[in-house]
Design a protein. Structure first.
Length: 307
């Protein structure tokens, strides 16, 4: 029988690693790969991540605490984006290591604005992500040399977040930067976020998946009810009632779809994923409400759970 007890506290390493970058560079995909399970939602739509989400990976004598952040938004200065940017700035100031994620071979003005937030005293690794999308690999070396002039990166990591070998290599590199100290979480914890929070995020992910670029990113999901009861044929039964908040009547019609079909699809896919995640029988009820201009209203942004 193997001993699965965590290592003694004298040999343990534990530390915070912030994952930062402009919108849509693959930060959430990277977090999920590093943790080994999906805890942060992904979509092709920019600004999918709205909160500071912590993912935990405990392996050997090391506990990695990864912090996924929203993409730093420079296009629209509304109350929602001010809240998201504040989350990013808070995350990069109090960590042991920063993973600065960019698309391999690319560096745009939006990347530069995120890079300007990094503190020189905190080591940063340049994660040149989506290497598999680069057609001419010989162009990467001069690009990396140019990136070194922009910031004193501790290391470069050209990689793909979808390549398991690259993820293992990155974990090995990160380990060296974490201090020797006792673990903050138990060995089986994967995130500091509640199931209720994860439910709202997964519903929002399916919402974006079914509406594509037609629906503004300001649409959000509020959990009205989250209750658990013993099941008759299963060990857990969870009931979720949620409201999808949109800004216009036209958006409401788009989300509901003809005969309510699109809303039904969103609910079905969210339920299936949550049942796997929570190991429970899940029932979901969805409504759609119009709240015009909520993303510009500081009080409403806070009431919807944004910091």
């Amino acid at each position: 029988m193997t001993d699965t007890a965590p290592p003694s506290t004298s040999t343990q390493r534990c530390g915070l690693v912030a994952i930062v970058g402009k919108p849509n560079v693959g930060k959430s995909t990277l977090l999920n790969a590093l943790v080994g399970q999906k805890i942060s939602i992904t979509s092709r739509k920019a600004q999918t991540t709205r909160h500071r989400i912590t993912g935990i990976r405990s392996t050997g004598d090391t506990q990695f605490i990864f912090v996924d952040t929203p993409g730093f938004q420079t296009d629209h200065a509304n109350a929602l984006n001010r809240s998201l940017n504040k989350t990013v700035m808070g995350a990069v100031s109090d960590v042991d290591l920063v993973l600065f994620v960019v698309n391999a071979g690319s560096f745009a003005a939006a990347d530069a604005k995120v890079l300007a937030l990094l503190h020189k005293g905190i080591p940063a690794l340049l994660i040149a992500n989506k290497l598999d999308k680069v057609h001419r690999r010989e162009d990467i070396a001069p690009w990396l040399q140019e990136m070194q002039t922009r910031h004193p990166f501790a290391q470069f990591m050209p990689m793909s977040a979808k390549n398991p070998k690259d993820i293992e290599r990155l974990l090995t590199q990160c380990q060296a930067y974490l201090p020797q100290q006792p673990w903050w979480y138990t060995e089986d914890e994967l995130t500091d976020r509640s199931e209720k929070f994860l439910a709202s995020e997964i519903i929002r992910e399916k919402l974006f998946r079914f509406t594509g670029d037609e629906l503004p990113y300001t649409s959000t999901v509020i959990i009205d009810k989250f209750s658990e009861e013993p099941g008759k044929t299963v060990s857990r039964m969870v009931r979720i009632a949620a409201t999808i908040v949109v800004e216009r009547d036209g958006h409401k019609a788009m989300v509901i779809g003809e005969g309510g079909e699109r809303l039904k699809q969103i609910g079905t896919l969210a339920r299936q994923e949550l049942e796997k995640l929570m190991d429970a029988k899940v029932f979901i009820e969805l409504w759609v409400k119009v709240r015009s201009g909520w993303a510009d209203d500081e009080a409403r942004v806070r009431s919807f759970g944004y910091e």
